[in-house]
Every structure is written in structure tokens, then in C-alpha cells.
Write a protein that binds this ligand. Structure first.
Ligand code: PHE
Length: 533
């Protein structure tokens, strides 16, 4: 045996065998080795023309379980005769004569004149028998074939043997016969060109049959595929995408302007990630990056309205900001919390200005919606905005919760909107993702009144499951921004992870997001299509 790094070196063994015998049949020479391994070794040698080989396709017989049993313990007729011989007289009712095999054995033993009936018992007719069935099977086991094809057919009919296709190889010396694998040159060097040795080098032939290495390219994450489906639905319904690149926001946009009281438990450290460095931002004001992105998104609308070339996005963004009075806005928000205003009695607690400047990882994209809505004060008009992006919550990580997830959020502003209109819209929206029947449950959000949780029937779980949250933004929130009294606004939100996990059949969120994700799954997962209307 040639052992190479713990592995048997088959090529060396084949070379040795071929050196000794002109023709080497692999099934007899290497009976224990799977033919696939032998073929791999032969191919290595044949690709260097050291050996040649032919493939032999042969039919053999193999013993069935019953055949094996007879080969080792004797035929059914032998067992009957042996029992009779040992007993002298064997009652026909003896348990050893019961069963299908004993019946066949009895019949055969009669035919062979090994036993005969004597009253209600069997007696033996001979002192010794030749168990031909057993002998033929033993012979077939060793030779894997029968000499007489008629006998083979008979044994096959009796289900004592089955045919078996066997592939083996016959190897012989090839045109470049050698006992050692020659060192083959694979790289051309400057020296080889200079000294001419490339002309006589033993070049490794190019293997055109080798499969190339798997090419890897970029792949979309399932969340991004489902996000794209939702984006298309929003675009088709006339929504504009909000710029959501501001992951870090202030207490003002994330909480205060949304009427979330400063003592609200969601603001506690266990729910909100506060940024420690820098710990605070300046007073509420315009964010030029978001403003410009917003103006860019509105470009199309502007162009539809104006045939003349529009001003640049940056210019238009500044133009809008110049019409907004942030000091007034801030005072309004403080009044709403502390004293009540715009018809609201307020929370009536001493408002702390410092809380508004605290930097947080945004806990919802409603912070962005609020920012986008307040810019409407410069030019109040009906509009629809959506966003799909990350939010962060300091939650205990488990199978369905991570400290960050994606929110799908939409806002619709228009004059004279009603709650019935919000329900109708949500039904239409969810029908487009294949969720036909909605139920609404009254809920509470600090920034919407009324608020409704959205439920849908889950056929698999056989119950109603919550799929979203919605409401009409409070008048004291919108009017504090400087929006007119009759401009109303719907808002709704849902997670992107939930529909994605359902679509891809994932039960643990950590298989979808985070450091435990299997990159093979991300690269190989199929395209997704929501059951759009
Ligand atoms: N911000 C809400 C949430 O976190 C969703 C929502 C958005 C609800 C807008 C009402 C209006 O679930």
C-alpha cells in the first residue's frame, strides 16, 4: 500500500500493477475500492498518457437476503430433511414444518425422494443428500455468475439472486509510460525563455474539461428585494420617497414634535440608544442634506408644474427653509407639551429644552415623516411620502427581535381627510401585497388620534396577526408646525422584516440579519414577488 498523507495513493498502486501485468482488470485487482475512485486515479494517469484504459460494463449476479441465507445454512428442502433425519419421525404438525419456506422445502424434498409420508409423520429415505441449490448459490456467490444461463434464470425467478450492473476498467501502459508521475511544468518563466528550456519542458496539458471556479458576484439581500417590491407599490400609488439617511436624530424630531412626553417610557435608556459623543445637537433647524435630497425628489413634480427650467435643488431647499420660522415652531411644541395649545390641554409638565437636543439613534422613521411634514408649512398642499429604512431600539435580542430593524412608513397629507379614507387606503395598499381582509383595532400613539392597529388573518397560524400601526396625526402636532387647520394627515407603519421572513420561510430573524447570517443563503436565495393585485 502506498500511503500518502494518510490517503491511499492509488495512482502508484495502479502503475505498479500495470508494470507487472499487461492488462489490469480493476475489479479483480482492487475489489475493495469504489470504481469511482479508481476512475479518478486512472484519469490522472491517462491525462498524462502514462496509461490507457477501457471501460467494461458487465452484468453480474448478487445473492438476495434469502439467497445468502441458503448459501450459508442450506436450502429449505435440506432443512426439512435434516429435521426429519434428526427426529427419526417428524409429525406433520411439528412447528418446524410450518411456514411458507418449510412448505416449499417439503415439496422439494418429496420430489427429490429425500423424505416420504408415513401416516401423519415424515420419515427420511436417505442417510445423506447433496444440497445442489446451496452449492449452486455458493458457486454463484464466488463467481458472480452461473455457468448455465437456464439455472441463472431459474434462480432469478426464485428471487435467490438479482442481476447487477458492474463497471470496471482494464488498464495498460500508455504512450508516455513511466513508473513515476513526471513533474509537469505549468508556468513559463523569463529564464526558460532565455535559455530555451521551454522547448523541451514537460508541459502540463491544458485541461479543457475542468470546470471553472464558481464566479461570485454581488447579491441582493432578501430584505432589499422585498423593499424594492414595496417601493414599486408606493411609486405606483403616487408616493415620493423620503430621504432617510439620518440615522442619528435629535429628541426633538424623534419624540418632542411627535408629542411623545419627555417622561415617556420609550425614551428610557432601555428602549432608546442615546449617542454619548457628541451628546447633543444644536436647536431644531433645517438639515441641508435632507432638504436638498427632498427637493431633488420633488424635481419631477416641479417640472410638471413649471415648464420653465426649475431652480437647482439646493436653491429651492433654501427657499423653503427661509419661509419656516423654527423659533415659533419650537415654542409651539413646548406649549403643546407644557401648557396645551391648538385645542389640546397638553401634558402640563415643565418642559425641558435640553431633551430636545439629545442625540438618539432614531427609534422610528416617523422622525423623518415629521421632518418632511414640517417643510410642507412653506407650501401646504396634498402629498404622499413613504420611506423604508432602518430604525434602532435597545431591545433584548431573541428569535424575532434585533436591536435594529426596517420600517416601512407612509404619510398622506390632504385637505378634509377622514378616518374612513385611511381604512380604505390601507385596504387598497395591503390588497396589493396579497393581504385581502383587514381588521382595525383602536390603539394609542402619542402622535396620532385616532390610532388603529391593523390586523390580517393568518391562514397558517389560524388567527389574526398584527401587521401594522396607523392613525391620523394629531392637529396639535400639525398645527404646531405651521400647517393649516384643515390639512389632515394619515400615517402608517409596518416592519419590512415580517413580510420578508414570511416570504422566505425564515423563523429566526438572526438568519436574516446580523453576524450569524449564512452568506450562501444571501447569494443563493430566489427572487421574490409579492402577490400584487
Ligand atoms: N411609528 C409607528 C411605529 O413605530 C408607526 C406609525 C407611523 C404609526 C405613522 C402611526 C403613524 O410603529
Amino acid at each position: 500500500l502506498h500511503i500518502n498523507g494518510g490517503q491511499r495513493d492509488l495512482t502508484a498502486e495502479i502503475l505498479e500493477a500495470v508494470d507487472q501485468e499487461a492488462e489490469v482488470g480493476t475489479s479483480t485487482k482492487f475489489p475493495q475500492i469504489p470504481q469511482a475512485e479508481i476512475k479518478a486515479a486512472l484519469d490522472r494517469l491517462a491525462s498524462r498518457s502514462m496509461v490507457e484504459y477501457d471501460t467494461k460494463d458487465r452484468e453480474e449476479v448478487a445473492l438476495t437476503k434469502e439467497g445468502e441465507e441458503i448459501a450459508s445454512a442450506g436450502s429449505h428442502e435440506y432443512k426439512v430433511w435434516d429435521a426429519v433425519r434428526q427426529a427419526g419421525r417428524l409429525s406433520l404438525k411439528d412447528p418446524s414444518l410450518a411456514g411458507a419456506n418449510a412448505k416449499i422445502g417439503q415439496g422439494n424434498a418429496f420430489k427429490l425422494k429425500w423424505v416420504k409420508k408415513d401416516g401423519d409423520a415424515l420419515v427420511s429415505l436417505t442417510d445423506s443428500v447433496q444440497d445442489a441449490t446451496r452449492e449452486q448459490l455458493q458457486c454463484a456467490k464466488e463467481n458472480r455468475t452461473f455457468q448455465d444461463p437456464k439455472v441463472q434464470k431459474d434462480f432469478m425467478k426464485r428471487k435467490l439472486v438479482v442481476p447487477q450492473k458492474v463497471i470496471s476498467y482494464v488498464a495498460r501502459k500508455g504512450p508516455k509510460w513511466a513508473m513515476e508521475m513526471p513533474v509537469e511544468v505549468t508556468d513559463l518563466t523569463a529564464e526558460m525563455i532565455a535559455d530555451g528550456s521551454w522547448q523541451t519542458a514537460n508541459w502540463k496539458p491544458y485541461n479543457y474539461k475542468a470546470e471553472g471556479a464558481q464566479l461570485s458576484g454581488g447579491a441582493f439581500h432578501p430584505l432589499m428585494k422585498v423593499r424594492q417590491e414595496f417601493r414599486e407599490i408606493f411609486f405606483n400609488m403616487g408616493f415620493t420617497e423620503m430621504p432617510t439617511q439620518r440615522f442619528v436624530d435629535t429628541g426633538f424630531w424623534n419624540f418632542d414634535t411627535l408629542f411623545v412626553p419627555q417622561q415617556h417610557p420609550a425614551r428610557d435608556l432601555q428602549d432608546t440608544f442615546y449617542v454619548s459623543d457628541p451628546p447633543e445637537a444644536g436647536p431644531p433647524g433645517p438639515d441641508p442634506a435632507t432638504d436638498e435630497a427632498l427637493a431633488q425628489m420633488d424635481d419631477q413634480d416641479e417640472q410638471d408644474e413649471n415648464d420653465s427650467a426649475p431652480a437647482s435643488a439646493a436653491t429651492r431647499a433654501k427657499d423653503i427653509s427661509s419661509k419656516l420660522d423654527y423659533q415659533q415652531y419650537f415654542n409651539n411644541v413646548r406649549s403643546v407639551h407644557q401648557d396645551g395649545a391648538f385645542g389640546s390641554i397638553g401634558y402640563r409638565y415643565p418642559y425641558n429644552d435640553a431633551e430636545t437636543k439629545r442625540l438618539v439613534l432614531r427609534t422610528h422613521t416617523t422622525a423623518v415623516s415629521a421632518y418632511v411634514l414640517h417643510r410642507l408649512a412653506a407650501n401646504p398642499r396634498p402629498c404622499r411620502y413613504f420611506s423604508i429604512d432602518r430604525v434602532f431600539r435597545n431591545e433584548t435580542v431573541d428569535a424575532t427581535h434585533l436591536a435594529e430593524f426596517h420600517q416601512i412608513e407612509g404619510v398622506i397629507a390632504d385637505f378634509g381627510l377622514t378616518l374612513g379614507g385611511l381604512q380604505a387606503f390601507l385596504k387598497r395598499f395591503f390588497r396589493k401585497i396579497g393581504v385581502p381582509d383587514l381588521k382595525f383595532k383602536p390603539a394609542y400613539n402619542p402622535y396620532t388620534e385616532p390610532s388603529m392597529e391593523v390586523y390580517a388573518w393568518h391562514a397558517g397560524l389560524n388567527k389574526l396577526v398584527e401587521i401594522g400601526n396607523s392613525g391620523m396625526f394629531r392637529p396639535e402636532m400639525l398645527q404646531a408646525m405651521g400647517l393649516p387647520e384643515d390639512l389632515r394627515c394619515y400615517g402608517f407603519g409596518l416592519s419590512l422584516e415580517r413580510p420578508t421572513m414570511i416570504k422566505y420561510g425564515i423563523s429566526n430573524i438572526r438568519e436574516l440579519l446580523g453576524h450569524k447570517v449564512d452568506l450562501g443563503f444571501i447569494e443563493g436565495n430566489p427572487a421574490v414577488r409579492l402577490d400584487r393585485e
